[in-house]
Design a protein around this ligand. Structure first.
Ligand SMILES: *Cc1c(COP(=O)(O)O)cnc(C)c1O
Length: 854
């Protein structure tokens, strides 16, 4: 058609009585408060779906008549007032909580992450990392922590996925209208939008600062789509993880450097800095630069900065760590070197990793932080090994990389139906007792029929949605109507008694989305019994650059079309937070079969467990800690990883066989062991145990509590200590480290007593070691005996340490250290002697990474 199309959006006028709807629409509190979402939804249900559950976009488009009617509707006003009262109460409790946790009144934690997954209406996340960050913010709000999140506001979040009839993935990106997002530009006192400038080679880029309310805390997000920037620079934060390596570098500079400047621009002076995954590690460089401009030297500034930085790594393989060419780093940080008074070599050393040519962001993050962790016990161990080269003389088991196991935000992922039941059986206020196992144990008191009824209802709701989605997919792909009937034959909301197994996550090859299809004949037999039907629901996106991942989706789509599997396997499009909430609540079993040990943590299984869903999972990530079998009632099923020396095919064989066996002999019979009450009491017992044993530990309040006690409080205190009296401690530590580093190669140990082979019980053992100090004072070196009892497995158990003390003065540059001790037990005893540099102000005793063994 000829002519220009002009577009116009007509916005309703919100009646005065409903004015505070806008306030609710601008606070991500709605992402976990279901009554708030329900309030919007019931105003105009179809529009609510059409705007993707986005309250702000919803309020801009809702029909005026509906708003006016709601303002006069006593039932609606009643619900509205209840929501507002809950909201106001929530915000009100904030006042004194920071100091209650042990923080100083001026403490504030800045939490940096490249993605935040709070709700589908703010699409700035791609998967697990973002959702964890979102949950972290929600817990910070719930706990009333002094906390601010820092991230990027992408014009395009992750893509919307459609699948064609052959299972080919189509990635659709579309620009969001920032006006529709629950984010507001931060303004200065004159009402002008705040800008921060970030330096890139040959130019400055301007960034706008947005604020997102998440209950009691805020998130600051940066974007560069401003007229004053060049066209290239406007697109820096265009797409989450978009563009090439150059864009990635620019995004990370915007996040790290721009984030530090944005905090200053809005008047926030953090006392703890948390880097969640390496993307944000450039914040270390910017903070060093600012201290150097105040007159500190580079080594002193590094100590002062690192003292209060916390770094969490999420990556289980070295190749997954972000890195950039050294040339790109020196080019982008040339001015930094000038400001700091550092050479390019000193800059590059911060990201240098043995055996790698590139600048590694994880290395920078560890060198520039003093508290570091992985995200599960297994992943902590894996990370200690990956990063072992940073503490070259320390054994991985003892290096400073520890772990905090992830958790999930209960109120976000628990289905509405459970809230009332928990109110009744756990007692009102159970949300405040989330980490209390005794409170969760009361789940046992929920009558089986009630419990089962809720499970069935949640499944029914899910199947309703599944039918709708599959029908839409089917219609788009112009498939035959009779095929649709066959496809949906088991997904019947009126008959939610079909065992339903969910598998939804990113289709990355290590997650082995197709392990279930390892032996098609066996799988066909497993599901062929018409008395015990099984329905599998699959969902997940593959990164558009990941061909093997997309191939997995195609393979599953093709298998789903085979006559023996038709109707048993449904593949759902566009896995996001919304679909995730429904799936983890509605299925009976949550399946996870990654390659050990590549699942850093995984969190979807925790969401499933708290909804009474049973996990079937490889013992990897969080499940390594979550699975248990107390009193003979397991809280799920575990697949033991095949021994590490097997090749890929044998490993998949082994683990697929375990999976089939668990399905054949345990999952299916237990589910269908239906008794006179019309339910399987064995299943219900296990499901109750899943809730009561997993939820108290794998919730995000427990996780953030650990961060507070083991990381944030010590970091805040240490930051204060290092910077007090014009950074006296930072100076002392920097000087001391330089001295120790220079002297250490010349330090040597020798034992001077004659080691006895036998000792009578009650006799004492004398240990005497001479240490060549090479100019270091004796108190800078700890000499230690490490004891172990040989165990039956051949491996020594980790034992006690005993410290040898300096005796007399040094003679000819050698210092004597000695200890007399009386063994407490009879039997064989092994011990070793070692020495390492020590200083009372170090964060971790092995921070220097130096150790000499005799
Ligand atoms: C919870 C969640 C994840 C992360 O879970 P994994 O177990 O790591 O896959 C990813 N995507 C969505 C949408 C989620 O809700």
């Amino acid at each position: 058609m000829p002519g220009t199309v002009y577009t116009l959006e007509v916005n309703p006028r919100i009646p005065p009585r409903l004015q505070r709807l806008s306030e609710l629409a601008n606070d991500l509190w709605y992402s976990w408060d279901r009554p708030t979402r329900a309030l919007f939804a019931r105003l105009q249900p179809t529009l609510w779906l059409a705007v993707g559950h986005n309250p702000k976009a919803f309020l801009k488009r809702i029909d005026q008549k509906r708003l006016d009617a709601a303002a006069e509707d006593p039932t609606f006003i009643g619900s509205f007032n209840r929501v507002l009262s809950a909201y106001d109460t929530y915000l009100d409790i904030a006042a004194d909580t920071a100091t209650r946790h042990g923080f100083h009144s001026d403490d504030i934690i800045a939490y940096f992450c490249a993605e935040f997954g709070l709700h589908e209406s703010l699409p700035i996340y791609s998967g697990g990392l973002g959702i964890l960050a979102g949950d972290h913010c929600k817990a910070a709000s719930d706990m009333g922590l002094p906390f601010v999140g820092v991230g990027l506001l992408y014009r395009q979040g992750y893509f919307i996925q459609t699948l064609d009839a052959d299972g080919r993935q189509h990635a659709n990106y579309h620009d969001t209208d920032f006006g529709d997002l629950p984010a507001t530009p931060v303004q200065d006192e004159q009402g002008r939008e705040i800008r921060v400038a970030v330096d890139l080679p040959g130019r400055q880029v301007q960034a706008r600062v947005w604020e997102v309310r998440v209950g009691r805390v805020h998130l600051l997000l940066l974007d560069t789509s401003l007229p004053e920037n060049s066209e290239h620079d406007r697109d820096i934060a265009h797409r989450l993880y978009g563009g090439d390596i150059q864009t990635r570098l620019e995004q990370e500079i915007l996040l790290g450097v721009g984030g530090v400047r944005a905090l200053a621009a809005v008047g926030i002076a953090p006392t703890v800095w948390h880097i969640n995954e390496g993307h944000a590690a450039f914040l270390i460089l910017e903070r060093i630069r600012q201290l150097c401009l105040q007159g500190l030297s580079f080594p002193v500034a590094l100590e002062a900065v690192a003292a209060n930085v916390v770094f969490t790594t999420h990556t289980p393989v070295p190749a997954g760590h972000d890195h950039f060419s050294e040339e790109a780093i020196t080019r982008h940080f040339a001015q930094w070197c000038a400001d700091v008074g550092a050479t390019p070599a000193q800059l590059l050393a911060l990201g240098e990793t043995v055996g790698e040519r590139e600048f590694n962001m994880t290395t920078l993050a560890i060198r520039g932080s003093r508290l570091h962790n992985g995200v599960s016990r297994i992943h902590g161990d894996v990370s200690s090994h990956i990063c072992a080269n940073l503490w070259p003389q320390i054994e991985p088991a003892e290096n400073p990389l520890s772990y905090v196991t992830n958790g999930v935000h209960t109120r976000t992922f628990l289905a509405t139906e459970w809230f009332e039941t928990f109110d009744r059986y756990l007692g009102v206020g159970w949300e405040e007792r989330q980490t209390d196992a005794a409170s969760w144990a009361k789940v046992e008191q929920i009558p089986d029929t009630t419990f089962w009824g809720i499970r069935q209802m949640l499944k029914s709701q899910l199947l309703h949605m599944v039918r709708h989605r599959v029908s839409t997919q089917h219609a788009r792909n112009e498939d035959s109507p009779s095929r649709l009937d066959r496809l949906l034959r088991l997904a019947d909301p009126n008959k939610p008694n079909v065992l339903t197994i969910g598998f939804a996550r990113r289709f990355a090859t290590y997650k082995r989305g197709a392990l279930l299809f390892h032996d098609l004949e066996r799988l066909a037999k497993i599901i062929a019994n018409s008395e015990r039907p099984v329905l599998f629901l699959f969902a997940g996106k593959a990164h558009p650059a990941d061909q093997p991942g997309q191939e997995l989706i195609r393979r599953i789509a093709q298998i789903a079309r085979l006559p023996q599997f038709e109707g048993h396997i449904l593949l759902l499009e566009d896995y996001d937070l919304h679909l995730s909430r429904r799936l983890v609540a509605g299925v009976d079993v949550w399946l996870n079969n990654p390659i050990y040990p590549l699942e850093a943590s995984g969190t979807s299984g925790m969401k499933a467990a708290m909804n009474g869903v049973l996990n079937v999972s490889i013992l990897d990530g969080w499940w390594g800690e979550g699975f248990d079998n107390q009193n003979g009632i397991p809280n799920g099923w575990s697949i033991k990883p095949a021994p590490g020396h097997l090749d890929e095919t044998r490993r998949d064989d082994e683990e697929a066989n375990s999976l089939y066996e668990i399905l054949e002999n345990q999952v299916i019979p237990t589910y269908y062991r239906v008794g006179p009450a019309g339910l399987s009491t064995d299943w219900v017992s296990m499901a109750k145990r899943a809730i009561s044993s997993i939820t108290p530990h794998f919730n995000v309040n427990r996780m953030v509590g650990e961060y507070v006690h083991n990381f944030y409080l010590p970091a805040a205190a240490q930051g204060r200590r290092y910077s007090a009296e014009h950074f006296a401690t930072a100076h002392a530590i920097a000087d001391w480290k330089a001295r120790v580093r220079a002297a250490w190669p010349g330090v040597a140990l020798r034992r001077v007593d004659t080691p006895p082979l036998r000792l009578g019980f009650g006799d004492s053992l004398r240990l005497e070691v001479m240490v060549r100090l090479n100019g270091l004072p004796a108190e800078d070196i700890v000499v230690e005996a490490v004891f172990a009892r040989p165990s039956s497995s051949g491996k020594s158990k980790k034992g006690r340490h005993a410290i040898l003390l300096p005796v007399g003065d040094a003679e000819h540059g050698e210092q004597r250290y000695a200890l007399d001790l009386t063994p407490e037990h009879c039997g064989k005893l092994e011990y070793r002697l070692r020495a390492y540099p020590a200083h009372a102000q170090l964060t971790h005793r092995f921070e220097m990474g130096m150790m000499l063994w005799l």
